[in-house]
Design a protein around this ligand. Structure first.
Ligand SMILES: [Zn+2]
Length: 296
């Protein structure tokens, strides 16, 4: 596993462990409570800086977190506070922030984080708010695809996007979550078992959307602004140049004022990952892949 990827996994696990240490064994996990019990002052303020969702101040007087009042969604505010908590709980983060003057502004929310501590804090927040075991408990009672993501978002009180990313990380079945804007891809996450379906091309930031129901959906701005949804049938060749025999459900939802669209690709008919308890163990996945190929 590449070093950067390993660090992100550690950050997510540290988030999960922090929830546990503070006694949270069910949804929703309250990052405001964790901050209060850690003697961290949390305040809502207008940051007067575009795109800044929150910040953390670490100095001799203590630690403070500010989240932006410009962010209206409660799920996004909770993610922002959880992200800032990552800068407090993750090894090396407080030292790095203190070394740069004790103030750090964040653009939380799995957007286009470019520095390593931003990505690590996003993964910490994701683990803190959506621990693997609790996510899988929710998914086991829901249908594959958007229903599981919606249920997680409601139970965990997080945004639909962060729930979709977490489902792609934890789901025992093949699922892909893609966020787009207009004619282009912003980012996408595939579950480990989705990658083994025969994906030949990964979608990257700014890639054009393939000719799909999502691209059609995005041509009408009111679909996105008013949070409309749509469903279509697609296949692996359309999105990932894989075999066209792998049919996929394409579930689409407009994310409102952010101007983004979430697409979830999945299928009830696709086989489950038999190593769901160990699906992050890449060795096991490698052993399993040839067996899977026979079942295609
Ligand atoms: Zn940050």
């Amino acid at each position: 596993m590449a070093k950067a990827k390993f660090r992100l996994k550690l950050a997510r696990q540290r988030g999960e462990q922090t929830s546990k240490e503070f006694g949270f064994d069910r949804f929703p996990i309250d990052p405001f409570d964790i901050a209060e019990r850690s003697d961290i002052l949390v305040e809502a303020k207008d940051p007067q800086m575009d795109g800044v969702s929150g910040c953390i101040i670490i100095n001799d007087d203590g630690v403070g977190i500010i989240y932006s009042t410009r962010v209206r969604s409660q799920g996004f505010r909770r993610f922002t506070v959880a992200h800032e908590l990552g800068h407090y709980f993750l090894d090396g983060h407080p030292a790095e922030i203190e070394a740069t003057g004790g103030f750090h502004a964040s653009r939380a929310g799995f957007t286009q984080g470019n520095s390593s501590i931003e990505l690590e804090a996003d993964h910490f927040a994701s683990g803190l708010l959506m621990p693997t075991k609790l996510v899988r408990d929710v998914l086991s009672g829901e249908n594959v695809g958007m229903p599981g993501i919606t249920a997680l978002s409601l139970d965990a009180d997080t945004s639909l996007t962060s729930a979709a990313i977490r489902v792609a990380e934890c789901a025992p079945y093949p699922v892909a979550a893609i966020v787009s804007q207009g004619a282009n891809v912003c980012y996408g996450f595939l579950s480990e078992s989705f990658k083994t379906l025969g994906v030949r091309r990964f979608l990257r930031k700014d890639d054009p959307l393939p000719a799909s129901a999502t691209r059609e959906f995005n041509t009408d701005g009111t679909n996105i602004r008013s949070g409309k949804s749509a469903c279509a049938v697609s296949d692996l060749s359309c999105w990932f140049q894989g075999p066209s025999s792998v049919s996929l459900d394409e579930e689409i939802v407009g994310l409102g004022s952010y101007g983004l669209t979430l697409t979830v690709l999945s299928s009830e008919a696709l086989p489950e990952d038999p190593y769901e308890e160990d699906d992050e163990d890449e060795k096991l996945l490698e052993q399993w892949t040839p067996k899977f190929a026979y079942r295609r």
